[in-house]
Write a protein that binds this ligand. Structure first.
Ligand code: NAD
Ligand code: AHE
Ligand code: ZN
Length: 374
């Protein structure tokens, strides 16, 4: 069949919207009509050329929602008409990682996914006979896409596609980092570095978890009002203070010994210098610092080992530690029950033809989330 898609033709080049050939689903695969897709900073990261796994030409996009239109041989858990969210972290429930119960990082199809291919090592997308690569196993910047059955979560059919697509990455990553990865407790203090589409969801997760003090950190002062809307209690602009770490340590001094530092810190920038600040702003003895941001090829993190010797833990999270087929339908239900907010964070919507505007808005720091509606 034919589908309209925004193709990433090369690093740093605008996406090109064109008609693409799409082969139907093979065994264990599902054809999905994508109804809406968010634009995440990770799409921009790959498009920029900074992603060591970036391959061109490819169809990017990994934050979608849509409807099953066809299923391949052997597919048992989904049928035509089901509403689904694509999962860049699948959940096969039978690989050693899934069975370990220690991680959400299913390994069933990770190798081919990283090569921009379906699990059988081929692509379903082409133009004029030339292969176009898949991306993060999702390729939601195409109106129709093919995914493995294990990479789709079936969700409440009453939920609006143009909102729940955000659960396909940003919402789940932010809230999950708090609940699944850091396991924040009631009364905790926290600092969130980077108040974009991910950081605001970390803040929303911290409020859900019952954190007392939530310090937001961003270079853009417009993000202060955004953070406060979702539960942030204090704001620091690193460019307006001498030392952002000292500032957070001062703000979080508690107890008889007055040792400061947040119980939990989160990097939502992808900047390795910020990752270090986040670690060092966490509390001596028990602080946990969670890396969420994705850093470009060649970037490395550094700190004095003494920061770890004195009891801080440096950890990271992908997709907020969520097991997609199990957890994503629940998060959609939380949204439908009014437990979490999504609508105000979707600041811009656009048709596929204007997808590059979504990237421009992100570059200018004017959007929280842009959503393409097909
Ligand atoms: P975004 O562009 O919406 O937000 C980034 C925010 O960081 C902006 O508000 C920006 O002003 C701020 N910022 C930039 N440099 C800063 C600095 N030095 N100090 C403080 N603030 C700074 O991006 P997003 O969509 O929220 O994504 C954030 C990061 O998370 C990206 O690196 C993205 O690739 C990554 N990400 C990771 C996962 C995961 O599973 N680990 C999932 C989604 C996104
Ligand atoms: N390909 C990059 C890493 C990119 C990355 O870390 N991706 C996150 C999701 S970001 C979503 O917006 C992730 O899930 N990582 C785990 C995985 O298996 O990819 C690189 O550095 O090579
Ligand atoms: Zn993402």
């Amino acid at each position: 069949m034919k589908t309209r898609a925004a193709v990433a033709v090369g690093a740093g080049k605008p996406l090109e919207v064109m008609e693409v050939d799409l082969e139907g689903p093979r065994e264990g695969e599902v054809l999905v009509e994508v109804k809406a897709t968010g634009i995440c900073h990770t799409d921009e990261f790959t498009l920029s050329g900074a992603d060591p796994e970036g391959i061109f030409p490819a169809i990017l996009g990994h934050e979608g929602a849509g409807v099953v239109v066809d299923v391949g041989k052997g597919v048992t858990s989904l049928r035509k008409g089901d509403h689904v969210i694509p999962l860049y972290t699948p959940e096969c429930r039978s690989c050693p990682s899934c069975l370990s119960r220690k991680t959400n990082l299913c390994t069933a199809i990770r190798a081919t996914q990283g090569q921009g291919l379906m699990p059988d090592g081929t692509s379903r997308f082409s133009v004029g006979g030339e292969k176009i690569h898949h991306y993060m196993g999702c390729s939601t910047f195409s109106n129709f896409t093919v995914l493995p059955e294990i990479a789709l979560a079936r969700v409440n059919p009453d939920a609006p596609f143009d909102k729940i697509c955000y659960i396909g990455c940003g919402v789940t990553t932010g809230i999950g980092a708090v609940i699944n990865t850091a396991r924040v407790e009631i009364g905790a203090t926290a600092a969130v570095f980077g108040l974009g589409g991910i950081g605001l969801n970390v803040i929303q997760g911290l409020r859900l978890a019952g954190a007392d003090m939530i310090v937001g950190v961003d270079l853009n002062n417009d993000k202060k009002a955004w953070g406060e809307r979702f539960g942030m209690t204090h704001f620091v602009n690193p460019s307006e203070v001498e030392d952002v770490v000292a500032e957070i340590v001062n703000l979080t001094r508690r107890g008889a010994d007055q040792i400061g530092g947040a119980d939990y810190t989160f990097d939502c920038t992808g900047n390795v210098k910020v990752m270090r600040q986040a670690l060092e702003a966490s509390h001596r003895g028990w602080g946990k610092s969670v890396v969420i941001g994705v850093a470009g090829a060649g970037q490395e993190i550094a700190t004095r080992p003494f920061q770890l010797v004195t009891g801080r833990s440096w950890m990271g999270t992908a997709f907020g530690g969520a097991r997609g087929r199990t957890d994503v339908p629940r998060i959609v239900d939380w949204y439908m029950e009014g437990k979490i907010q999504i609508d105000p964070m979707i600041t811009h919507t656009m048709p596929l033809d204007d997808i590059n505007t979504g990237f421009d808005l992100m570059h200018r720091g004017e959007s929280i989330r842009s959503v393409v509606i097909y």
